[in-house]
Design a protein around this ligand. Structure first.
Ligand SMILES: C[S@@+](CC[C@H](N)C(=O)[O-])C[C@H]1O[C@@H](n2cnc3c(N)ncnc32)[C@H](O)[C@@H]1O
Length: 281
């Protein structure tokens, strides 16, 4: 009799993405991304006041971890955790350059064997939408927390409320019918768009008082950075490098035209429609 196939490794696709093209794109564009997403770091850093042991989930290059470490001072322990080796290596370089006390761990937040009962605050800026079993991941995070610890997350609301984030793929679609659509309902940027689903995940994972509040942030980037940004990220960033040069140019032109409504002088401006999500362990 044939042996049962080995169970799939949790988050294998996301691990490959974030250790591959997406992780490298974020490392290359880290300074730009941190400028664009600065309005989403502030509430997390301000909200961490008084915490003693903070976990930043899906910390990427660690901007939020470093901001919290600066705010709390050396008495607090701040740990950034991410599944991406290249991003954690970059986070360590940036922390060392700044003299930050933040520590960084490369691990999967869903399966990591945390020491129980350590953290009194769990934060994340856009780092929790990628689990293939979100309830298991949030239960794992809860076990890592002391009773009464607070969760404070920022996640995207829907694609429809965030047209800037999908303009590139909509503009490219007529030229690239083979471009795979974003998987509906699966791990990804908009996986926490539905408030009821997020509440159900947190309930199932044993978090109390789950609450979601809309949070809109005005974001900007220099116009000169728009094309490098668009061609690196999202579904288009994954497809573009595989195209013939002529098609790449046609797609890039179409996408550039579609973004004109967001251009104001030498800046590109957009409103990010997010949730601030909270709960208690
Ligand atoms: C959109 S980026 C946000 C990075 C960072 N929080 C920031 O705001 O700059 C999402 C991050 O989540 C990380 N991630 C995805 N799945 C993860 C998992 N299962 N465990 C830990 N980190 C994960 C990715 O590697 C990536 O760095």
């Amino acid at each position: 009799m044939a042996a049962d196939p080995a169970p799939p490794t949790p988050n294998a696709d996301q691990a490959a993405l974030w250790n591959g093209p997406a992780g490298h794109a974020w490392v290359q564009a880290q300074a730009l991304m941190d400028d664009i997403l600065a309005p989403m770091a502030r509430p997390l850093a301000e909200g961490a006041a008084g915490a003693q042991a903070v976990l930043d989930v899906g910390c990427g290059a660690g901007a939020v971890s470093r901001a919290i470490a600066r705010r709390l001072g050396p008495a607090a322990r701040v740990t950034g955790l991410d599944i991406s080796e290249p991003l954690i290596a970059h986070a360590r370089r940036l922390a060392a350059a700044e003299g930050s006390a933040a520590q960084f761990v490369c691990a999967d937040a869903q399966t990591c064997g945390f020491e129980p009962g350590v953290f009194d605050r769990v934060v994340s800026r856009f780092g929790v939408m990628f689990f293939d079993d979100p309830a298991a991941a949030f239960a794992n995070l809860r076990r890592a927390c002391r009773a009464g610890a607070r969760l404070h997350l920022i996640a995207w609301r829907s694609a429809a409320e965030n047209p800037f984030m999908t303009t590139a793929e909509r503009a490219a679609a007529p030229l690239l019918p083979q471009m795979p659509p974003r998987p509906a309902g699966g791990p990804g940027q908009f996986a926490f768009a539905e408030a009821a689903r997020v509440r159900a995940i947190l309930d199932a994972a044993g978090w109390s008082e789950p609450a979601l509040h809309p949070f809109d942030a005005d974001c900007a980037l220099p116009k000169a950075e728009l094309m490098p940004y668009l061609t690196r990220f999202g579904p288009l960033g994954l497809v573009l490098p595989q195209l013939e040069p002529e098609m790449r140019e046609r797609v890039t032109e179409a996408v550039g035209r579609a973004f004109q409504p967001f251009v104001e002088g030498d800046q590109v401006r957009f409103r990010a429609a997010c949730w601030q999500i909270s709960a208690v362990a």
